[in-house]
Design a protein around this ligand. Structure first.
Ligand SMILES: [Zn+2]
Ligand SMILES: [Zn+2]
Length: 205
């Protein structure tokens, strides 16, 4: 069953586009995306009590890239998510394991005489600091999250496949469309109980 916590886990955390930090909805659907993965469920007032009905300007642009034509995949064209590399927890690369960004905002570590950090570039950890969004304050993250998993002709990031696995009865396309053009990789279609989604492949080198 979709709830807001699950829906929000598909939104952006560290992202320069604040519009992606929470789900949005139109009159038919509720969407959540971080720009790489996207899920869509039917509009449900119970899920949107604290989300104003909105359709940010950049969304039609982004949404226009997707056809939501999951019914084109034949019944035997869906598979379960394959076994994934094991989780490898290590210090978060974003915050260095601190659970918060301690970088001195005044000098960024470039002033030996900085009064805020004493020239170290790092502030003292303080409970009032916002938690690191990458690791949610835990200081740890999964080093295997960017390991690539081949599905069809494309490759997908382990961390995103793990995330999709949290969806009820999730299935993925066995053979995502072959990109042909490596610069315009088509997303893989995803379906789950109550909704549809997409996952972008990892870019080819
Ligand atoms: Zn400083
Ligand atoms: Zn962190």
């Amino acid at each position: 069953m979709m709830d807001r916590k699950l829906l929000n886990s598909f939104c952006a955390t560290c992202d320069l586009r604040p519009v992606l930090r929470e789900p949005w909805c139109d009159l038919s659907w509720i969407y959540a995306t971080d720009g790489r993965v996207m899920v869509r469920v039917a509009f449900d007032p119970a899920l949107t009590l604290d989300v104003a009905v909105k359709y940010p300007p950049e969304v039609p642009l982004m949404n226009g890239r997707f056809d939501w034509d999951h019914d084109q995949v034949p019944a035997d064209g869906w598979i379960e998510i394959p076994e994934l590399p094991p989780v490898q927890m290590e210090d978060c690369v974003w915050c260095g394991g601190e659970g918060a960004d301690l970088t001195c905002g005044l000098c960024g570590g470039y002033e030996d005489s900085c009064e805020a950090c004493g020239g170290t570039g790092k502030l003292k950890k303080d409970p009032s600091m916002p938690a690191c969004e990458e690791c949610d304050g835990s200081g740890k993250h999964d080093a295997a999250q960017w390991d690539q998993v081949p599905i069809g002709e494309s490759k997908f990031a382990t961390g995103y496949l793990r995330k999709l696995k949290t969806l009820p009865q999730v299935m993925i396309e066995a053979k995502p469309l072959d990109p042909g053009d490596p610069h315009h990789l088509p997303p893989m279609r995803v379906k789950f109980e109550g909704g549809l989604g997409y996952l972008m492949p990892v870019k080819r080198d």
